[in-house]
Design a protein around this ligand. Structure first.
Ligand SMILES: Cc1cc2nc3c(=O)[nH]c(=O)nc-3n(C[C@H](O)[C@H](O)[C@H](O)COP(=O)(O)O)c2cc1C
Length: 205
């Protein structure tokens, strides 16, 4: 963990000016702590019916503007994002008494970006992506395995990027860094985008 925090307290002066720089440090802390899947995040979406749904996805990249994940573009989450691009992300780093919350807008990434990531995936994962009509009701486990075997036969060499698979960028409007503290006097510092700048505000725990 970052040494410069005083007795576990997270102070405004400790924060980087840019929340993505702060996030990079926290993700690095999570990775080096040895926790399982430090890049797992809970993505929440709300469809046109106003009903929320949440699920875990893996953060596969971030830059100065956005957090990126990949998924099936016909899934429930993708349908909800097309109806309402407002989403939230939660990194629940419980073992470190930390949490990062992102609220922002999700947009599909260009196909070249999805392809660049797709080619790095193991063949089995590529085959499974083709075989799974993610989020739809299916019959038996056998059905799924037969579909995967059929895809593997169809593409004995390179498995192409399906047109129903790709990434989303989540451009944050707010990013909150939560650090657990003694006596439940936790620290919550939230960056909020105001025009081109980021404003930092402290929230009551
Ligand atoms: C640790 C973990 C990582 C996951 N990563 C992804 C991912 O990166 N992309 C994805 O589409 N689903 C991922 N899943 C599966 C999703 O949680 C979810 O079951 C799936 O995307 C279907 O969600 P939906 O029906 O709400 O669209 C992951 C699940 C777990 C437990």
């Amino acid at each position: 963990m970052r040494r410069r925090y005083t007795a576990g307290r997270l102070l405004e002066r400790d924060l980087a000016a840019d929340p993505f720089d702060e996030f990079r440090t926290w993700l690095h802390d999570a990775v080096t702590s040895g926790m399982t899947e430090p890049n797992a995040m809970v993505l929440s979406t709300v469809g046109a019916d106003g009903r929320p749904s949440s699920r875990t996805v893996l953060l596969k990249g971030f830059d100065d503007d956005a957090f990126v994940f990949f998924t099936n573009l016909t899934s429930r989450k993708a349908a909800q994002i097309s109806q309402n691009p407002h989403v939230s992300l939660c990194f629940p780093w419980i073992t470190m008494e930390r949490q990062v919350l992102v609220c922002g807008l999700a947009t599909p990434v260009p196909a070249e970006v999805s392809r660049a990531y797709w080619v790095t995936r193991p063949r089995d994962s590529q085959v499974s992506a083709w075989a799974s009509r993610q989020s739809s009701v299916i019959g038996t486990r056998d059905e799924l395995e037969c579909a995967a075997a059929e895809v593997a036969r169809r593409y004995p060499d390179e498995v192409p990027l399906p047109d129903f698979w790709g990434g989303y960028r989540v451009e944050p409007e707010t990013i909150e860094f939560w650090q657990g503290g003694p006596a439940r006097l936790h620290d919550r510092l939230r960056y909020r985008r105001e025009s081109a700048a980021w404003v930092v505000e402290r929230l009551a725990p």
